[in-house]
Design a protein around this ligand. Structure first.
Ligand code: FES
Length: 111
């Protein structure tokens, strides 16, 4: 398992980028906190394969209710990664499995 963050490392709601190496391959991912839950996704938009963010660690819409791709404004549910608006509605971000131990979150290697 790969340590990612503690709950207190993220604003509520809040997001943060990370680069992790799984089986020697780098992956750009981001974490999003909502309440006491943290979710992790590959930073690849299902519309055109671009990273979601232009500004470091910024993935939420202005109302902080959804994840937002800055390229063509697709919006995604925080908890599921499902696109609910924009050019890839119905598709999903790739969610990564996390393991929680106390307030620490770890990536479960799945590659
Ligand atoms: S690449 Fe994300 S909406 Fe187009």
């Amino acid at each position: 398992m790969i340590f990612l963050c503690r709950l207190s490392d993220l604003d509520n709601p809040g997001t943060k980028e990370a680069e992790v190496h799984v089986q020697d391959r780098p992956h750009n991912i981001f974490l999003v906190r909502k309440g006491d839950s943290v979710f992790a996704y590959l930073n690849i938009c299902p519309h055109a394969g671009q990273p979601l963010n232009r500004m470091r660690n910024r993935f939420l819409n202005q109302a902080e209710t959804h994840l937002l791709c800055s390229a063509h404004a697709a919006s995604f549910e925080i908890e599921t990664g499902l696109c609910t608006g924009g050019p890839c509605a119905g598709k999903s971000l790739t969610q990564l499995p996390l393991h929680q131990n106390g307030d620490a979150f770890y990536l479960t290697e799945t590659d």
